[in-house]
Design a protein around this ligand. Structure first.
Ligand code: GDP
Length: 529
């Protein structure tokens, strides 16, 4: 197959959802369609459950599982689909944000009864900022839930989307009869036992025909006719360009658990979802069709096997072909490296591959050379951007609890930060180290891993910080900036890239600083022009 054909047939996406909305179940059903797995239950959820916080073995076990499910690839009707795992648990949100830099589109799963939940809001906001094309899947239609129109309203209001239903439920919960596929103009009846089968659908070109009445009965047929008229009146008609530029989001309804409405979603997805998209580097826009290979690291996973300390760095291929045993430039180190056993991912397995294409993810064994955000090329010095750090929510001092092991401790902290487990800040005025995390769970994971992987011990000490803000000013010599540095001396720190960060102790002090020093910009993420 030609290089261009290989690019055009790839779809790389992530499924985002609040925990329990049905992401794992939907992933599994998609894999069933691809024939990648044979039965339900094969995809393990990598959820960190409540209460497991202190159970380290459980965390480790679950982390081990999530290595296997970091990328799931399968073929469907000649299309190569790569699903990137995005943890829904809020303590791992940072991981999800980074993964979103490697997807070309997303599917958002919403629970029909719970509606739009907190994590969905946060993750969709990140996708909206980046104009990532999104399709919404409303799940659990077999249960009583919100009225479809109310829910569509809620999705528009809370998520700031412009929805365009491409399927519509006929009844719901106990009365759930099936769905009308607006996209394909057919009706799929729900029998409740279609869990494993690929269902039969009935073509309905004209909703007024009695075919519909015969299928679902008078009342449901009339209701549907009215509802579809409303849909046509209220919502914009589907326009693929609007979808691709993030201006419009198609919505599907179904029940992942019952494998209902999933085929409709998948068939439409492979038709409309974007092939690998060009990516902006600091220097220029890079197109997938370019001959020379380029790619970037978006995730690093530690090997949980204590006999194999190496890590797996996940690279998204942006352009060209990535070949085994070929020297590539590690731009940050300005050093050529080659890889004898790059892994590709198929369903739940990984396997060594000779060649990969744009849109694909390869896993490279790493002994500590990679950091998240690193770029690999054939020689050109470009740097991919777009892997920002967000302000952590929790801050603690980290102390060395075993003075004999300080070397191990610093090495461990360094490597864990490269993996993106948490963020390290060094206070300017006394050099003390502060660990910032998105969730409290990370502190225990770090402590455990420092001890078991690096033989180092640490303790934490509370520190009252509300937010970390990255500081930007046009004039470092101005009196105003000098005064800020003097007055806020005790609250200033450096991040891993030596950028200046203000650790504001309260919302109030942040607002006061913003008012008092108008020439300074306080950024909530590390990525700004
Ligand atoms: P995740 O946290 O988003 O990965 O959610 P899961 O896929 O693990 O699903 C959470 C729970 O919802 C599980 O108990 C599923 O069996 C259940 N579930 C998923 N899809 C459906 C559905 O369509 N209908 C019903 N009734 N339950 C579902």
């Amino acid at each position: 197959m030609s290089f261009l054909k290989e690019i055009n047939r790839r779809r790389t996406f992530g499924i985002i959802a609040h925990p329990d909305a049905g992401k794992t179940t939907l992933t599994e059903k998609l894999l069933l369609y691809g024939g990648a797995i044979q039965e339900a239950g094969a995809v393990k959820s990598n959820k960190i459950k409540k209460g497991a916080t202190s159970d380290f073995m459980e965390i480790e076990r679950q982390r081990g599982i999530s290595v296997a499910t970091s990328v799931l690839a399968f073929e469907y009707n000649g299309i190569k689909i790569n699903i990137l795992d995005t943890p829904g648990h809020k303590d791992f949100a940072e991981d999800t944000y980074r993964t979103l830099t490697a997807v070309d589109s997303v599917i958002v799963v919403v629970d029909v009864a719970k509606g739009v939940e907190e994590q969905t809001e946060k993750l969709v906001e990140v996708c909206r900022m980046r104009n990532i094309p999104m399709i919404v899947f409303v799940n659990k239609l077999d249960r009583e839930g919100k009225d479809a129109f109310d829910l569509l309203d809620e999705i528009e209001q809370k998520l700031g989307l412009t929805v365009c239903p491409l399927s519509f439920p006929i009844g719901m919960g106990y009365d759930f009869k099936g769905i009308y596929n607006i996209w394909e103009k057919n009706v799929n009846l729900f029998s409740g036992d279609s869990r494993k089968n690929i269902e039969e659908t009935t073509e309905i070109q004209d909703l007024d025909s009695d075919v519909l009445t015969k299928l679902v009965g008078d009342k449901a047929a009339d209701n549907l006719r009215e509802e579809i008229e409303l849909v046509n009146g209220i919502y914009p008609t589907f326009d693929r360009d609007d979808y691709l530029t993030g201006k419009l989001q198609p919505v599907f309804f179904g029940s992942a658990l019952n494998n209902f409405g999933v085929r409709e979603l998948l068939d439409c997805f492979v038709e409309i979802a974007p092939k690998p998209r060009p990516k902006q580097s600091e220097e220029r826009l890079v197109k997938p069709e370019e001959k020379d290979f380029t790619g970037f690291v978006f995730k690093i996973h530690a090997n949980m096997d204590p006999n194999h300390r190496d890590r797996l760095a996940f690279i998204k291929i942006v352009s060209g072909e990535f070949k085994r045993n070929t020297p590539y430039l590690h731009v940050r180190h300005n050093k050529k490296m080659k890889f004898s056993s790059p892994n590709a991912f198929f369903a739940e397995k990984k396997q060594i591959v000779d060649i990969s294409y744009p849109g694909d993810i390869v896993g490279l064994h790493d002994t500590g050379n990679f950091k998240i955000g690193d770029t690999l090329t054939e020689g050109e010095k470009i740097h991919y951007k777009g892997i920002p750090s967000f302000s952590p929510e929790h801050f603690r001092y980290i102390n060395n609890a075993d003075p004999m092991k300080s070397k191990q401790l610093y090495k461990g902290i360094d490597q864990l930060m490269d993996e993106g487990v948490a963020q390290l800040f060094t206070l300017d005025f006394n050099g003390r180290k502060v660990i910032g995390t998105v969730g409290a769970l990370q502190y225990e994971v770090i402590q455990y891993r420092l001890e078991h992987e690096y033989g180092a011990k640490c303790t934490y000490e509370n520190l009252n910080v509300h937010k970390a803000c990255w500081i930007q000013t046009d004039d470092e010599k101005s009196e105003e900036f000098k005064e800020f540095l003097r007055v806020k001396q005790r609250y200033l720190a450096r991040d891993k890239r030596n950028q200046l960060v203000f650790l504001a102790d309260s919302m109030f002090s942040l607002q006061m600083s913003q008012q008092k020093y108008p020439s300074i910009t306080f950024h909530m993420t590390s990525e700004f022009e």
